[in-house]
Design a protein around this ligand. Structure first.
Ligand SMILES: [Zn+2]
Length: 463
């Protein structure tokens, strides 16, 4: 194990520095002048103490302020950004990514439900959680809003692994008590929500872990379960608990919801009726959204997860960012991989797909907006924009280090680019799998592409 000792500075605590090109966002470029939404430092220094960012500025302007700072990781040909934020992903579907597709509902029956049924087995859940975290950190993702599945074992396995890295993660037990196989179905609405609350009490705010109430989607919960889930969410919403579900992904799904809940005028109204719509509600997909629904999502302050590779893989619908960001009623949204409906764990690769999804409707997403969505936009979607997603004093020190010359071709191609956003657009379009050099979580380098032991838990780094 590596023992790292930091020099003590006059203000107390151990200082750590990271030097390189730095990009961070401070506002939403869909709603403001793009140039005013970010800071780019060609030679910057981030000063970290106790897992938080203490300071950030141009290297030459800042280094003199910290005479005790000698432990500095310096990156050349790389861009330090806030760690990426995945607003919607099913860790329990890691074993089935790349299953031959079909319609959403057939795909669920054929692949998803049998896979998730295996998570009763804690050892299996542990194995999947381990591989999932390794993929995320390798890609520079430091926070994710995650679906587990029915069983407490699937939640415990996930949070236990998250604690080992000290990552800020969100998950919870999935509530589902009808229209799916018995092997995955909750036995009773009441017991399922009690189990969810017990897990909430066990994990919410334990270290950096955060809990979500997760009805899979309206068709797989009885009205009774949705109602109890809404009660649970409302009781804990002001303590930072989330509600996470799917909304308006595919025509067949929306039609099914209409049949099951004929009293409600649209799908969003179904969730609203049961108390599931609020400021910490995150809705995945939202491809086929009526204007009245956008208005509810705006009025209630909900977040939305755009999952472009899943849109393309399942072929169900395409997210329309210009509808979400309509100036008169903008809705917060970030990017989700939606593994296993999505096809990889990389947020930059999702950005390349998001560009194509928008272009199918003759709209284009530039790199300024795209990398905002990957970082601060995701944090805003999760209501964590004062905690993560930016590089600024007081923020948690979760960082990705993007390689600006990851392959021979990319390195050569960069000769024909101009500013940093031209370079980032090339990288998100190439969608390479090895673009991330290193990942820092709460100031610790938990992933380093060039280290013998690439992934390290927090305790291994602390000695
Ligand atoms: Zn999903």
């Amino acid at each position: 194990m590596t023992k790292i000792t930091y020099p003590v500075n006059p203000g107390g605590g151990n200082l750590k520095g990271i030097r390189g090109q730095i990009l961070t966002y401070k506002a939403d470029p869909f709603l403001n002048n793009e140039e005013e939404c970010y800071d780019y430092l060609p030679d910057g220094l981030i000063v970290i103490r106790d897992g938080h960012i203490l300071d950030v500025d141009n290297y030459n302007d800042i280094i003199g302020r910290y005479p005790g700072l000698v432990d500095i990781d310096t990156y050349t040909d790389a861009l330090v950004m806030p760690g990426f934020i995945d607003c919607h992903v099913h860790y329990v579907q890691s074993p089935m990514l790349g299953s031959f597709g079909d319609t959403l509902l057939n795909w669920l029956n054929q692949y998803t439900f049998p896979t998730e049924s295996k998570f009763r087995d804690k050892a299996f859940a542990d194995e999947v959680a381990k591989i999932f975290f390794r993929q995320l950190l390798e890609q520079g993702t430091t926070t994710a809003n995650v679906f587990s599945t029915t069983f407490a074992e699937s939640v415990d396995a996930f949070f236990e692994e998250s604690e080992r890295y000290d990552t800020r993660m969100i998950t919870g037990k999935v509530l589902q008590d009808r229209n799916l196989p018995d092997s995955l179905k909750d036995e009773s609405a009441e017991e399922s929500v009690i189990l969810s609350e017990n897990l909430l009490k066990k994990w919410h705010h334990r270290g950096r872990q955060l809990y979500a109430v997760i009805p899979r989607f309206a068709p797989t919960s009885t009205p009774e379960q949705l109602s109890l889930a809404g009660d649970l969410y409302q009781r804990y919403i002001d303590d930072g608990v989330y509600m996470h579900t799917h909304l308006d992904e595919a025509e067949s799904e929306i039609e099914w919801v209409r049949q099951l809940f004929p009293q409600q005028s649209n799908y969003t109204e179904v969730y609203k009726h049961f108390g599931l719509v609020g400021k910490r509600s995150v809705m995945a997909h939202c491809c086929l959204v009526e204007e009245a629904e956008w208005q509810i999502l705006h009025d209630c302050g909900c977040g939305v997860a755009h999952c472009p590779s899943s849109n393309l893989f399942l072929g169900d619908g395409e997210f329309r960012y210009w509808e979400a960001k309509e100036q008169s009623r903008p809705v917060r949204f970030g990017i989700g991989t939606d593994v296993g409906g999505g096809t990889n764990f990389s947020i930059p690769r999702q950005l390349g797909e998001a560009y194509k999804v928008a272009m199918m409707k003759a709209r284009s997403l530039d790199a300024v907006r795209s990398f905002y969505l990957a970082t601060r936009g995701g944090a805003e979607t999760l209501r964590l924009e004062n905690t993560i997603g930016s590089i600024a004093p007081g923020y948690e020190a979760d960082l990705a280090v993007i390689d600006l010359a990851p392959t021979e071709y990319a390195s050569w191609r960069m000769k024909y680019t101009g500013d940093i956003f031209e370079k980032l657009f090339v990288l998100m379009t190439l969608g390479l799998d090895n673009m991330n050099k290193a990942t820092y979580v709460a100031g610790r380098k938990v992933y380093d592409r060039s280290r013998d032991k690439k992934h390290m838990y927090a305790a291994e780094i602390d000695g």
